[in-house]
Write a protein that binds this ligand. Structure first.
Ligand SMILES: [Ca+2]
Ligand SMILES: [Ca+2]
Length: 191
């Protein structure tokens, strides 16, 4: 609690975050205090994360999506998000249509973390993203995007690969950046 600046944040984490995210020391310190208040244990569990997502998506089923996002943020694979993982994630997901955000989207789709995205992974994420869409809005989707399977087929088509081939990170980012329809299929826009 206290009044000293950056109290509580280990120096190496602070230095690392300044480098990797370009947030200022005062921003990081402020977030750290909020984080400590909301998560006195200093870690967010998958269950807490799912609850946060459920609040953001009251009219749809965000559980599968939350699980994938959690996995992509949990860079050290220990099943919890610590402050550093949380801040790096916040930075990546809030940076708009940049290659940084698309690097994160790639890690979201790379379910088994092997450095490639396969068609079954695209299918799995297409289902999770589809379930974020409220039911009444699902009914108004274009006919070639109206089911998780159709969305997976359409998205996979942008990568120009056979069904049993895999997509590397650069190819993934390139395809999404050059197709607005692909960009639309990797996210659910609330508006
Ligand atoms: Ca972790
Ligand atoms: Ca993979």
């Amino acid at each position: 609690m206290g009044n000293a600046h950056s109290e509580g944040i280990p120096r190496e984490i602070l230095d690392d975050l300044k480098l990797t995210t370009r947030f200022s020391v005062s921003e990081i310190t402020q977030w750290y205090e909020n984080f400590q208040k909301q998560c006195p244990t200093g870690r967010i569990t998958l269950q807490q994360f799912e609850e946060i997502y459920a609040k953001f998506f009251p009219e749809s089923d965000a559980k599968a999506y939350a699980k994938h996002v959690f996995r992509s943020f949990d860079t050290n694979d220990d099943g919890t998000l610590d402050f550093k993982e949380y801040i790096v994630a916040l930075h990546m997901t809030s940076s708009g249509k940049s290659s940084l955000k698309l690097e994160w989207v790639f890690s979201l789709f790379d379910v088994d973390k092997n450095g490639y995205v396969t068609k079954p992974e695209v299918t799995e994420l297409s289902l999770a993203i589809f379930n974020l869409i409220p039911r009444e809005k699902q009914a108004n989707l274009p006919s070639d995007e109206s089911t998780p399977e159709k969305r997976a087929e359409k998205l996979w088509g942008f990568f120009d690969k056979k069904d049993n081939e895999r997509v590397a990170e650069g190819e993934f980012i390139q395809a999404i950046q050059s197709n607005d329809a692909a960009l639309r299929l990797i996210q659910y826009d609330h508006k």
